[in-house]
Design a protein around this ligand. Structure first.
Ligand code: NI
Length: 260
C-alpha cells in the first residue's frame, strides 16, 4: 500500500518519547508522505522543523480556533514568514470550533479565521479547515473567499454541505472516526463523494481507528481509513490508498517539488 497521511500532529507532546524514531519508521510501514499542520505559532514552527528534517514530511502553518484567543495581527506576518519554507504547503489548521465552551468567543474565532483566509489567498496556498459544530458559519466564511481552495479535515458535515463544497472545488478528508460504529453519516457522504475529492488522515495522536481505538494514533494506522473507504467504494484497499495519495499530492502541490 502507498499511503499519504494528510493530517498528523507530530509536534504533540504525546510523541515526546519517540518522535524522531517513529517518524523515521514510517516509510518502512508504507507511509510515503505525511503532512503536519500547526495549531499555533509554536507548533507551526515545529511542523516546519520536522518537514525540514524528513524528506517525506510536509507542513502547514496556522492557528487553530481553540488556540486563537491571544491572536495579534503580527501573527499573520509570522505565519507568512514561516510559509516561505518551500515545504509549507498550506495554511492550517484554521476554522471554527463551537463545541468547547472554553474556546474563544465565536466572533473572535471568525475574525481570526478570516485573517488566515486572507493570508492563504495572498500566498496562493490552500487551507486546511477545522469545523466542529460550526457548519453554517464555516461555510459562509469559505464562500467569502472564492479564490481560496481547501480541505475540510475530519469531515463531519452533512451530505448537502458536501455537495456544495465539491461544487466549490474543495476536498474532504476522513480520519479513523469512519471506522467507528456510529459513522453512518460520514459513510453516506463517502459513498456519494467523487473519488478525486477524498483525502485520508489520522489526526494523530488523536482519533485512533478501530481496532486500536483508545491507544495513541500514528500515521501507519491511516491504512484502516483507506480500507474503510475502499469497502464503501467497492475497490481494493491498495487502490483507495493510491488514489487518495495522488489526490493529496495534487491538492498540496507536492508532485512538482519531488520531480525537481
Ligand atoms: Ni488536527
Amino acid at each position: 500500500m502507498r499511503l499519504f497521511d494528510t493530517h498528523a500532529h507530530y509536534d504533540s507532546g504525546a510523541f515526546n518519547g519517540d518522535r524522531l524514531e517513529l517518524l523515521a519508521s514510517m516509510p518502512g510501514q508504507e507511509v510515503e508522505l505525511i503532512l503536519n499542520p500547526g495549531c499555533d505559532l509554536e507548533t507551526s514552527r515545529t511542523a516546519v522543523e520536522l518537514a525540514k528534517r524528513f524528506p517525506f514530511v510536509y507542513a502547514a502553518v496556522g492557528v487553530h480556533p481553540s488556540d486563537c484567543g491571544a491572536w495579534e495581527d503580527d501573527w499573520a506576518d509570522q505565519l507568512r514568514e514561516l510559509a516561505q519554507c518551500p515545504k509549507v504547503k498550506a495554511i492550517g489548521e484554521i476554522g471554527l470550533d463551537y463545541y468547547w465552551k472554553e474556546n474563544p468567543p465565536r466572533e473572535w474565532q471568525q475574525t481570526v479565521f478570516r485573517r488566515q483566509m486572507e493570508l492563504a489567498q495572498s500566498l496562493n496556498l490552500p487551507v486546511i479547515i477545522h469545523d466542529r459544530e460550526a457548519h453554517q458559519d464555516c461555510l459562509s466564511i469559505v464562500r467569502e473567499y472564492p479564490g481560496v481552495r481547501g480541505v475540510y479535515h475530519c469531515y463531519s458535515g452533512s451530505l448537502e454541505d458536501a455537495k456544495i463544497l465539491v461544487k466549490l472545488g474543495w476536498m474532504l478528508s476522513f480520519t479513523g472516526v469512519i471506522t467507528y460504529k456510529n459513522a453512518r453519516k460520514a459513510l453516506e457522504v463517502i459513498e456519494w463523494l467523487p473519488m478525486d475529492r477524498i483525502m485520508i488522515e489520522t489526526d494523530s495522536p488523536y482519533l485512533t481507528p478501530e481496532p486500536f481505538r483508545g491507544k495513541r494514533n500514528d500515521s501507519a494506522k491511516v491504512r484502516y481509513v483507506a480500507e474503510t473507504i475502499a469497502r464503501v467504494k467497492g475497490m481494493e484497499p491498495e487502490e483507495a490508498a493510491l488514489l487518495t495519495l495522488e489526490n493529496g499530492k495534487r491538492f498540496f502541490n507536492i508532485e512538482e517539488e519531488r520531480e525537481q
